[in-house]
Design a protein around this ligand. Structure first.
Ligand code: NAD
Ligand code: UDP
Ligand code: UDP
Length: 322
């Protein structure tokens, strides 16, 4: 039987973090969720609050944290462009100072530590699909840089703590992931399209809608993160986690309209600056090392996500898409 571990999840009250806390508690571990509630909320973890193995601490990871844990999943950081560009200096601090503090904590207690990195480290890539050995094409001074460069610097810190202090590190490069518990005003494309479709409002496609993304359902992604944490100590990553099936934003808009039976029409808006034109993970390394691949097709994952937002919209909690 697996030993019960004490696991810290930073950003644990966010979209991915809340599913991760749930999964770890389900495996019998003690979970400490640390969050400053910038984009996360207590509501995301309200169903876990009665569990005696679950603890929640309001804390900003840019400040030091002294607790005793066996493993750390470092997820704290807003992930949607709308939210990470709201206070870009804080976004970089969260990635960089947050990584330093969590690595310092891991070093003191000799904990294993996993970083939620991102496909954004590849920027607007000239290599397609993206493999882990591609160094990326990132604008260092643009509107997305606080997120992209912050995450790149966090990866640097992880590998320097590994080289210099022999820390046990794992770096996951997460590609676009969606599912229930995304905020209706999250601003990312799937929650925007679904909320708009359910309210029969125009679907806001940016640019000509020919840019592509590959969307992974949340449960598949969490399974990948947990498998990565369980790998042998010499497996550090970086490792791509995502669903390699690629869609254009126009295809996504039409699929959401079809699945919701909406009367919405498509409205074209300007493309945001530095918006990557295409993105698709090469998951060869993850499938070999973790024996992992996503199982939930976009159509099925969207149906589950639509059901979640449908409840929010009918109960009047949805507001409008950002
Ligand atoms: P999210 O915004 O729902 O969750 C982020 C959580 O971090 C929130 O609960 C927020 O309150 C918390 N947080 C932010 N700044 C903090 C700080 N300084 N101190 C403590 N807590 C803080 O986003 P998500 O989609 O759940 O993303 C989680 C992680 O995964 C992020 O690190 C993100 O960069 C990474 N990621 C996500 C995706 C995706 O598609 N969902 C893709 C790539 C990478
Ligand atoms: N730190 C923390 N919790 C700990 C240990 C360290 O938050 O349990 C923070 C502390 O702020 C420190 C940072 O992590 O500055 C980096 O720690 P490290 O030991 O690498 O460096 P140093 O203490 O020499 O700055
Ligand atoms: N997008 C869109 N309409 C929206 C929100 C986003 O067309 O209402 C586009 C956006 O320009 C990008 C893609 O959808 O090309 C994915 O955007 P998201 O913010 O979800 O993720 P990221 O750009 O970080 O991959």
């Amino acid at each position: 039987m697996q030993r019960v571990k004490r696991v810290l999840v930073t950003g644990g009250a966010g979209f991915l973090g809340s599913f991760l806390c749930e999964r770890l508690l389900g495996e019998g571990h003690e979970v400490v969720c640390v969050d400053n509630f910038f984009t996360g909320s207590r509501r995301n973890v309200s169903h876990l609050l009665d569990d005696r193995s679950f603890e929640i601490i309001r804390h900003d990871v840019t400040f030091p944290l002294y607790i005793e844990v066996d493993e750390i999943y470092n997820l704290a950081c807003p992930a949607s462009p709308v939210h990470y560009q709201f206070d870009p200096v804080q976004t970089t601090k969260t990635s960089v100072h947050g990584a330093i503090n969590m690595l310092g904590l891991a070093k003191r207690v000799r904990a294993k530590i996993l970083q939620a990195s991102t496909s954004e480290v590849y920027g607007d890539p000239e290599v397609h699909p993206q493999k882990e050995d591609y160094w990326g094409r990132v604008n260092p001074i643009g509107l997305r840089s606080c997120y992209d460069e912050g995450k790149r610097c966090a990866e640097t810190l992880f590998f320097d703590y590994w080289r210099q202090h022999r820390l046990r590190i794992k770096v996951a490069r997460i590609f676009n992931t969606y599912g229930p518990r995304m905020r209706p005003d999250d601003g990312r494309v799937i929650s925007n399209f679904i909320v708009q479709a359910l309210q029969n409002q125009p679907i806001t496609v940016y640019g000509n809608g020919q840019q592509s993304r590959s969307f992974c359902y949340v449960n598949d992604l969490i399974d990948g993160l947990v498998r990565l944490m369980q790998t042998a100590d010499d497996v550090t990553g970086p490792i791509n986690l995502g669903n390699p099936v690629e869609f254009t934003m126009l295809e996504l808009a039409n699929l959401v309209i079809e699945l919701t039976g909406s009367r919405s029409k498509i409205k074209f808006l300007p493309l945001p600056v530095d918006d990557p034109r295409q993105r698709q993970p090469d998951i060869g390394y993850a499938s070999r090392e973790l024996n992992w691949k996503p199982r939930i097709a976009l159509r099925d994952g969207l149906a589950k996500t639509i059901a979640y937002f449908d409840d929010l919209v009918s109960s009047g909690h949805a507001g409008s898409a950002a």
